[in-house]
Design a protein around this ligand. Structure first.
Ligand code: 2DT
Ligand code: MG
Length: 212
């Protein structure tokens, strides 16, 4: 093979689990060990679709629930060509939230089935590894107050956690639960080990399609 592809590594979890901190540390550690890696995050708020999402999350606008779900998905699809290009160039992508947040957050609202929520994301690049940063609601509460964005309440976060647990039963996706209650460095070491393994395993595999 002329160029080994990069791995698609996703970090998921409820608010305050430390996803963003750990994504940054992982990219840095991979780069320090000579691997090409870049961070991405969803929602990516800088595109036109991302700006609509941002205004919704900041409670500056209201959008109908199905509509905003589809915008979150469209925000992933609009970045799909770039993601594929980078993976094919051998760049590993460390992604802060992906379709799993999409499904967990919308299906935590009344009247939404998991199945309906999963449909728009079917066929997106499939992560080689999804690490779920596990943190109980009481441990999350000890890390301080939630912010002021939409969804940042204990009640809603508990519902989201339950939906993540359903999604983790899907064996077509490679899930790894990470105990996020430990200190930052211990969590990081764990995440890095799993990522190095995933990058090695991905080299010889084509990029998969999510939920297909
Ligand atoms: P951040 O705080 O990580 O920027 O997330 N969300 C996210 C959804 O409802 N659907 C999605 O598809 C994604 C990716 C989770 C902002 C909030 O957006 C929620 C928290
Ligand atoms: Mg947030």
């Amino acid at each position: 093979m002329t160029c080994r592809r990069g791995a698609l590594i996703v970090l998921e979890g409820v608010d305050k689990a430390g996803k963003t901190t750990q994504c940054n540390k992982l990219v840095q550690a991979l780069q320090d060990s000579g691997q090409t890696a870049e961070m991405m995050k969803f929602p990516e708020r800088t595109t036109k679709i991302g700006q609509l999402i941002n205004s919704y999350l900041e409670n500056k606008s209201n959008l109908e629930d199905h509509t905003v779900h589809l915008l979150f998905s469209a925000n992933r699809w609009e970045l799909m060509p770039l993601m594929k290009e980078k993976l094919e160039q051998g760049i590993s992508l460390v992604v802060d939230r992906y379709a799993f947040s999409g499904v967990a957050f919308t299906s935590a609202k009344p009247g939404f089935s998991l199945d309906w929520c999963m449909n728009p994301d079917k066929g997106l690049p499939k992560p080689d590894l999804v690490m779920f940063l596990q943190l109980s609601p009481s441990e999350a509460a000890q890390r301080g107050q939630f912010g002021t964005e939409r969804y940042e309440t204990t009640v809603f976060q508990k519902a989201v956690q339950q939906k993540f647990e359903l999604l983790m039963k899907d064996s077509s996706v490679k899930w790894q639960v990470i105990d996020a209650a430990r200190n930052i460095e211990d969590v990081h070491a764990d995440i890095k080990n799993h990522s190095v393994d995933a990058i090695k395993a991905a080299e010889n595999e084509p990029i998969g399609e999510l939920w297909k």
